[in-house]
Structures are given as structure tokens and as C-alpha cells.
Design a binder for this molecule. Structure first.
Ligand code: NAG
Ligand code: NAG
Ligand code: NAG
Length: 450
């Protein structure tokens, strides 16, 4: 710049002087623009950085609730946001014997409930596991899996002490042995299993139906300036949501406590009730599928009523993760406890009966949300920071159970241990883990009920 001034202030013919003057002006304007651009951009970079921090803060605030949870190493990966590479992998290949459970196992974990065979370790970060139904491996396999649902337990004593015996249950403690001829006593189950494999976060091998995972980066980097259109774009099936009927439920196990609750709520708000237990034949047959066929109709509603058939610690199923979250519906939850939901589900993503003094108050909230998109979409804002997975293998979704087992074998602590009777009860005793679901009994059935 100084150089140009020197040129201008020297004696030159008017034309050239004018020419330099204009050049000077252009250069100055250019410099000013470059500066403005830089400052702007610097500001932007700083803002994006701050907002990424906001994402980190939101994610940290969520996971800090679980800080006192006792988990296996795999549990830390699944529930505490610890990266998978925190532990070394084993060099060996693990042989896993599935004890007298191949038929059920195959349908859910090797075949997609129809006919397509798939690799149980497809998309799994570890691959060094093989699964066999061959009973010759009963004594030599690294691991034997016992599926408690059918109640088939080994008569033979264990000869190979290096072997790890694992009990597998994905039913609530009330229904652990629902498919068995007789329910074994807890003393029968004591001192034979080394590891647990259930939907609970404190299992050695957690196999939840679904999980809340943090996104590495927010989808929209400026959460504070996000418009409601932005949030709506994150909600699956948003454009097909109905506004005339807000709530739906799908039910094929017609337990009275559930039917009565629906009946009660239907006095206060319209609910479209699909599946075998529906009042209306048309709705009864609309979605008859039991785990194998997707019922697309739930995608049309803003809310899905989640009534798990038992109320037990951390027992949440595909009703919540698949029928509600995956279909872009806000779950209305009765059980498990509000605390379990706050710690396991995305922040501000659901309505829980215990948050309200009465069903009437809850229904008023549902109606208010149905009439106010901004309020409603605030219950989907989490989708900018978190994702909800489905890992159960129902409705043609992928099952992650065998992948979880293989991960656990690679990463978990290998010390010798087993479950005594008290330990087993902490996973399987309904008296310790479940509460009764209050029934709404209001005498004679009205004309909208059955
Ligand atoms: C409860 O629900 C589970 C899973 O949804 C199902 O497997 C079980 O059979 C049901 N039990 C009863 C008694 O309804
Ligand atoms: C969320 O999870 C689903 C699988 O459950 C996956 O298909 C999808 O890509 C994930 N979304 C993001 C943004 O990670
Ligand atoms: C598994 O449990 C049995 C007791 O049931 C024990 O003898 C064995 O050492 C344990 N093995 C491992 C690998 O923990």
C-alpha cells in the first residue's frame, strides 16, 4: 500500500495519476473484503466449534447418568460410549455350541424369519467366532449357550473347566421359561453358568432389543438455530403422519391389564388399535404378523402406546425400538420405570405415565402436542444427536446377538467366575425385578370396549 502512495504522490501526468488512484482504491476495497471475509469465517469456525461442543455436552450429559453402572467391557462399549478399540482382540477362533436350541436360534439369528440365510456376524466388528449345533462339541467348544426359554439344561456334569457356560434369556423374568415344560428352581440353576446373556445392561453379554447411540457429529451442526423443518426432516415418515387419530397400538397377546388400559384411554382419546386383540375385525386382521412381518401402519401415527406385557427392570422390547422410534412415533410408556426410561432412551423422546398425575393429564399433553408442531417436534430434537438401533432380529431387522457374544469373548475380562443362586436371582427372579402392573377395572364393558 505504501508503495502505491509513493507512486501516486510523485509527479505524474493527470491521466496516469488518476489511473493509479483507481488502482489504489480497488486494492483497498479488495483488502477490506478479504478482511471482512476472514473475520466472518473465523467467527463461523468458532461458532461451529462451539456448537460441536454443544453436541459433546449434550452427549456427555446423557452418558454421565450411567457413570455408576457396573458393566462388562462389552457393556462399556454398548452403554458408556467407550470406543471399540479400547481393548485388544483375541487371536484365536472361538467355537460356540448352541445347546438344543438350533431351531429357534436359526429362525431368528441365521434366517431372517422367512427363508433368506444370513451371516450372524454380518457387519460385526469381530469375525473370529463359529457357531455349531453339533453335540460332539458339548465337551470341547469354548462356549456353550443355554437358551432358558425352552428350559433345556444339561444333565451331564461339566468336564471341561475352561469352557464358559452362558445362560441366554431375552424374555422378562416373568416369562423366562415360558416355552419350557417345567420351570427349574433357582438352586438348580446355581453354580453352573459363568456368564449371563440378557437384554440388561449389566449382563456379561448385553443383548438389548435396541439402544440409544450417540452420533459422532450432529446431523445439523447448529442445533440452536435449527428450524422445525430441520427437525421434521429427521423424523421417519413425517409426511404421512395422521392428524385425525394421534395414537396407535398393535397387540397380539391379549393380556387383560393391557386391554383394560387401552379401553380406559380410549374414553379420553381416539386410539387406532391393530392386531389380534383389536376390537374391530378390520383392524384385527390388518397387521396379523407376529415378529416376522412388518406392520407398516404404525408409521402413520404421531404416538405409539407401548405396553410391555410385564413391568421388569430394563425390560424394553421391539415395541419401543421398532414400532415407536423406528416408525417416527413418540412412545407413550407405562413400564418399565421412568428412571429406566430416562437412562436408556434418548433424552426428551417419550411420555411416561409416571410423569403425570393421572391418565387425563397425560392425554391432555398428547392432545396439546398433536395440536402444536413446535411442541411435538421438541420431542424429536434428540434425533440430531442420537440414533436408536434395533438389534433383536424381529420384522426382518438384523439380530446382533451373536455379534455381541463374539465381541464379549474378545473384550471381556477372562477371569474364572460363575453365578451362584443369589447372582442368578438378580437376573431371573421376578420378585426382585418386576412390579405388578396396576389394572384399570371399571366394571361393565362400555360399547367401545369388548
Ligand atoms: C410377552 O411378550 C413377549 C415378547 O413380546 C412374548 O414373547 C411373550 O410370549 C409374552 N407373554 C405373554 C404372557 O403375553
Ligand atoms: C441410525 O441407525 C440405523 C440402524 O439402526 C442406521 O441405518 C442409520 O444409518 C443410523 N443413522 C445415523 C445417522 O447414524
Ligand atoms: C465356570 O464355572 C464353573 C463352575 O460352574 C467353574 O468350575 C469354572 O472354572 C468356570 N470357568 C470359567 C472359565 O470361568
Amino acid at each position: 500500500m505504501a508503495f502505491l502512495y509513493v507512486l501516486i504522490t510523485r509527479e505524474y501526468p493527470n491521466g496516469i495519476r488518476f489511473y493509479f488512484y483507481i488502482m489504489n482504491l480497488i486494492v483497498r476495497i479488495f483488502v477490506v473484503f478479504v478482511n471482512i471475509y476472514h473475520v466472518e469465517n473465523y467467527g463461523k469456525i468458532r461458532r461451529v466449534h462451539e456448537l460441536n461442543n454443544a453436541h459433546e455436552k449434550i452427549v456427555n450429559r446423557y452418558f454421565v447418568q450411567r457413570i455408576d453402572w457396573t458393566t462388562s467391557n462389552l457393556g462399556k462399549i454398548l452403554y458408556k460410549n467407550v470406543p471399540e478399540n479400547a481393548w485388544e482382540r483375541e487371536k484365536k477362533t472361538f467355537i460356540i455350541h448352541i445347546y438344543k436350541y438350533w431351531r429357534d436360534f436359526k429362525n431368528r439369528h441365521l434366517i431372517d424369519h422367512v427363508t433368506n440365510r444370513y451371516d450372524p456376524l454380518k457387519d460385526c466388528p469381530v469375525q473370529n467366532c463359529e457357531f455349531t449345533k453339533n453335540e460332539n462339541y458339548f465337551y470341547t467348544a469354548d462356549v456353550v449357550i443355554f437358551y432358558l426359554f425352552r428350559g433345556r439344561l444339561p444333565r451331564n456334569r461339566r468336564t471341561n473347566l475352561k469352557q464358559r457356560w452362558i445362560f441366554l434369556s431375552d424374555e422378562s423374568p416373568v416369562n423366562t421359561f415360558a416355552g419350557a415344560k417345567a420351570k427349574p428352581s433357582f438352586s438348580r440353576l446355581a453354580n453352573i453358568f459363568n456368564w449371563s446373556m440378557t437384554y440388561r445392561s449389566d449382563s456379561d453379554v448385553p443383548i438389548p432389543y435396541g439402544r440409544t447411540v450417540a452420533l459422532p457429529k450432529p446431523i445439523f451442526p447448529k442445533p440452536k438455530r435449527m428450524s422445525y423443518e430441520n427437525i421434521a426432516s429427521l423424523v421417519p415418515y413425517w409426511n404421512q403422519k395422521r392428524r385425525d387419530v394421534l395414537v396407535t397400538i398393535l397387540m397380539s397377546h391379549c393380556r387383560t391389564h393391557r386391554i383394560n388400559y387401552v379401553r380406559y384411554l380410549r374414553r379420553l382419546i381416539n386410539i387406532d388399535f391393530y392386531g389380534k386383540c383389536s376390537y374391530t375385525f378390520r383392524y384385527r386382521t390388518r397387521c396379523p404378523g407376529h415378529f416376522n412381518t412388518d406392520c407398516d401402519v404404525t408409521a402413520n401415527y404421531l404416538f405409539y402406546l407401548v405396553l410391555e406385557n410385564t413391568s421388569c427392570r430394563q425390560y424394553m422390547t421391539e415395541k419401543l425400538f421398532y414400532n415407536a422410534y423406528l416408525k417416527g412415533a413418540i412412545p407413550i410408556i407405562r413400564n418399565p420405570s421412568l428412571e429406566d426410561c430416562q437412562k436408556l432412551l434418548p433424552p426428551n423422546s417419550f411420555l411416561h405415565a409416571d410423569q403425570f398425575n393421572s391418565p387425563v393429564e397425560m392425554v391432555n399433553m398428547i392432545k396439546a402436542m398433536g395440536a402444536d408442531d413446535e411442541l411435538l417436534l421438541s420431542f424429536h430434537a434428540w434425533r440430531n444427536h442420537f440414533n436408536v438401533t434395533n438389534e433383536h432380529g424381529f420384522f426382518n431387522s438384523k439380530s446382533s446377538q451373536m455379534c455381541r457374544l463374539c465381541q464379549a469373548l474378545n473384550y471381556n475380562d477372562k477371569s474364572v467366575r460363575w453365578y451362584d443362586e443369589d447372582d442368578i436371582r438378580l437376573y431371573l427372579d421376578p420378585k426382585l425385578l418386576c412390579t405388578a402392573i396396576p389394572d384399570f377395572d371399571f366394571g361393565p364393558v362400555n360399547k367401545r370396549g369388548r
